[in-house]
Design a protein around this ligand. Structure first.
Ligand code: 13P
Ligand code: SF4
Length: 352
């Protein structure tokens, strides 16, 4: 057996040990070749691979140098000394890495890996809201594109949103664009909330007499908006001792019906650190449930796999290899936009 064949075999055996309950062996054998080649090329090119918690298990457990949530991966992107960053996640995440690293090559393996939240709001919407509430600070979720970050005072992620809001002492704060995250944060901070939206003429509908609390935006995550209280009730009927974990992009009544709600990494840590064996219902993108199963073979994990993120799911090992081989898809952010967006991202990183 050649050295290469032996290393592919070794890669396959490691993948099998970790993933045999989740991925058929025949598929792992094919994927092991891709993993071997990605890791070889990554070393040769001096690249860093970042992987979001929603990546499929055969990718998540094999090629990233670092895995995590939006905040953790932004921190990693800010600190790397590698010249090439491959972001196995969605476009706004890769853009954030580019905002922090203008001189580096940042690659996103799939061109169409977007996000319904990032697509829900434009610069024009933000400027109109600023006009309606002069002087109010703009906090935007990291799930926005660079041009929107450029008209933002400070970014936040699901793990630090409350901290960011509590760092501001203004009476009215624009908190965009996820209406459910905004409602959940308003509940945590004990603040009133109103939700603005764009009408068919492109104008903004908002209560201009609102004088205290959060002004949210009518954006939603196309995945988390679909979970319902009856999903939770059904699972509790079948598994009365289940612990339910949700993401704060879910509707407030779903968060209220669950036992814990936080960022993806905090959900992972919650299961890992819990003295309970389960069952745990992971009410978010199904792949993350798979990844928790692989890391915690002694725990019972439940997930609802009928609701998937079509954007995160576009990132495959094949695309990652292509990105690394051909420098595809190159992420660029115009310098003027980048400089303005950088201050909102840096302000968030300082607070967290
Ligand atoms: P996290 O920052 O919690 O990983 O969330 C990112 C995301 O897109 C969740 O849908
Ligand atoms: Fe965007 Fe929702 Fe997909 Fe996360 S899960 S990337 S918020 S569409």
């Amino acid at each position: 057996m050649s050295i290469e064949a032996a290393t592919v075999q070794d890669t396959y055996e490691k993948m099998l040990t970790k993933l045999e309950r989740l991925v058929p062996a025949a598929e792992l054998r094919i994927k092991a070749e891709l993993v071997y080649e990605i890791n070889r090329l990554k070393k040769e090119r001096g690249a860093l691979i970042l992987g979001h918690n929603y990546m499929e298990p055969a990718l998540f457990h094999t090629v990233p140098d670092m895995v995590g949530d939006s905040l953790g991966l932004s921190r990693e992107a800010a600190n790397t000394d590698k010249d090439i960053i491959i972001f196995c996640g969605v476009r706004f995440m890769a853009e954030t890495a580019k905002i922090l690293n203008p001189g580096k090559t940042v690659l996103l393996p799939a061109k169409e890996a977007g996000c319904s939240l990032a697509a829900s709001i434009t610069v024009d919407d933000v400027l109109k809201l600023k006009e309606a509430f002069p002087g109010a600070p703009v906090v935007t979720y990291i799930n926005t594109y660079a041009d929107v970050k450029a008209v933002t005072d400070i970014c936040c992620t699901s793990s630090n949103a409350q901290k960011v809001i509590e760092s501001l002492d203004d009476e009215v704060i624009l908190f965009l664009p996820d209406q459910f995250l905004a409602r959940n944060v308003a509940n945590e901070c004990g603040l009133p909330i109103t939700i603005a939206s764009r009408n068919t003429d492109g104008d903004i509908n908002v209560d201009k007499n609102f004088t205290k609390g959060l002004v949210g935006w009518a954006g939603t995550c196309e995945v988390h908006e679909q979970f319902t209280v009856s999903d939770i009730d059904n699972v509790r009927r079948q598994f009365p001792d289940v612990t339910v974990l949700t993401h704060p992009e879910s509707p407030p009544e779903v968060v209220a019906a669950s036992d814990y709600s936080n960022s993806t990494t905090k959900m992972v840590s919650y299961v890992q650190e819990s003295p309970l064996k389960g069952p745990f219902l992971i009410l978010t993108e199904c792949s993350m449930g798979d990844n928790i199963i692989a890391e915690n073979p002694d725990k019972e994990i439940l997930r609802l796999c009928s609701v998937r993120c079509p954007h995160m799911n576009q990132i495959t090992l094949e695309d990652t290899l292509r990105a690394l081989t051909h420098n595809e898809q190159l992420i660029e952010v115009p310098e003027e936009t980048r400089v303005k967006a950088l201050s909102s991202v840096e302000r968030m990183l300082e607070i967290s």
